[in-house]
Design a protein around this ligand. Structure first.
Ligand code: THU
Length: 134
């Protein structure tokens, strides 16, 4: 199995999803090969739930990884699932495009990209005035 998929599976095993029972794992591979992972973290106040993808974004940025080449999302479902709209927008803050691998725990695979999932999105450059945060 692809190492990044294995890392997303490990993260998925740590998901906190007592309300939906739908555990998700995500792993981001930075341009330098380093990785960061995330799992979904639900809350009794349901709207405060954090998706696995956004948890992985937070972990990556916190580790200093802001240039990425690949994202893997793993679920235990009949078919792979794609990131929700909110996560697509958050992912787009850090990259023009991103290779995205959607996987299931039993080996299902589907490949896509951020550009395919959220074309012509609003981004940092649209503000015109934003300085580089680095
Ligand atoms: N979820 C994710 O973590 N990522 C997705 O791409 C879709 C949905 C989570 C949120 C919630 O904890 C559960 O899956 C059901 O929506």
């Amino acid at each position: 199995m692809d190492e990044l998929i294995a890392k997303a599976c490990e993260a998925r095993a740590r998901a906190y999803a007592p309300y939906s029972g739908f555990a998700v794992g995500a792993a981001i591979e930075a341009s330098d090969g380093r990785t960061a992972v995330g799992c979904n973290v639900e809350n009794a106040s349901f709207g405060l739930t954090v998706c696995a993808e956004r948890a992985a974004v937070t972990a990556a940025v916190s580790a200093g990884l802001v240039e990425w080449r690949r994202l893997v999302v793993v679920v235990d479902a009949a078919k792979p699932v794609a990131p929700c709209g909110a996560c697509r927008q958050v992912l787009g803050e850090f990259c023009e495009d991103l290779e995205i691998v959607l996987a299931t725990t039993d080996g299902g695979l589907s490949k896509t990209s951020l550009e395919q999932l959220l074309p012509r999105r609003f981004g940092p450059a649209d503000l015109g005035t934003v300085q580089d945060a680095q």
